[in-house]
Design a protein around this ligand. Sequence first.
Ligand code: ASP
Length: 335
Amino acid sequence: MTSRVLLLHSGGTIGMRPTADGYRPLEGFGAMLQQTLNNGSAKVPIFEVVELAELIDSSNLQPFHWTAIANELLARWDDFDGFVVLHGTDTMAYTASALSFMLRGTDKPVILTGSQIPLVEQRSDTIENLQAAMLLAANPAICEVCVCFGRRLLRGNRCSKLRTRSFDAFDSPNYPWLADIGIDITLHEERLLTSSASAFHVPQFDPQAVVVIQFYPGIQARMVEAMLASESVRGVVLRSYGVGNAPDADEQLMAVLASAVERGIVMVSTSQCITGGVTQGAYASGAMLNRIGVVPASDMTLEAAFTKLHVLLASGTDTDTLRQQFASPLSGECQ
Ligand code: ASP
């Protein structure tokens, strides 16, 4: 049977045009793409293109866009064998992670891609990325949300944008590539998630529910206190040092964090290092976070930890269950 793939365009460099002000989304890109793919010699599965009502530079991404993208996919879920989401690179890893939690257990591939150079410019990487993404989206062995970019297929909730000026902008330092895209496309099936029948849940997000606090030399307790003062804040992603260490000598700062946890805010810790994750308590400076009740985020990326907290909070999960669910893998995002 011939596979059918939906292309959902949300914006990003791939569909931008140059202006006096720099690149901006190009209205009507969907139709242009349809024509380019139909006219070209590129062998791609049967496809349809739909666009979000408002195309964005993904620097303007808000949590409500995750709901909009998921709803567009689910509205057409039964009509297609696989899905490609065209997205800006700046926040692609956030959207891929959010989708991986909303669509956990998916029985179809959802592949995000984009480009570093727009389709309308010379030397664009659009067709190469898109063609690979479409072929992979037609492969029923893939039952997860992925990012296909720069000749590699990555687990969506394991990847980050690590390079601003290279075609291979993305990598997943704590999980091996799902496919190598060279002369042949080599899919590493043993690394893939298996589909598990679970009902998708697409929540409405409160954009203020989760904040990120990065430790840095000189961080002030009163600044952190001000950030956590809003009643809307229900989750915090700490960016700790190394294997999960904190400036524990600052008693005021530690008291501010402890008081937030006591008020019911779910606080988790990711490492500022790209590779390896946290082992909270390997040092006394990290053991303090254990005493406060900070949940270690293992080897999750910032994007995975941030969106996982958002999804769990928006799903109405109670605090104790949420802390347990956060600590264990929901969609292949951590060890
Ligand atoms: N600023 C662009 C975006 O994220 C960058 C890109 O797509 O590569 O939408």
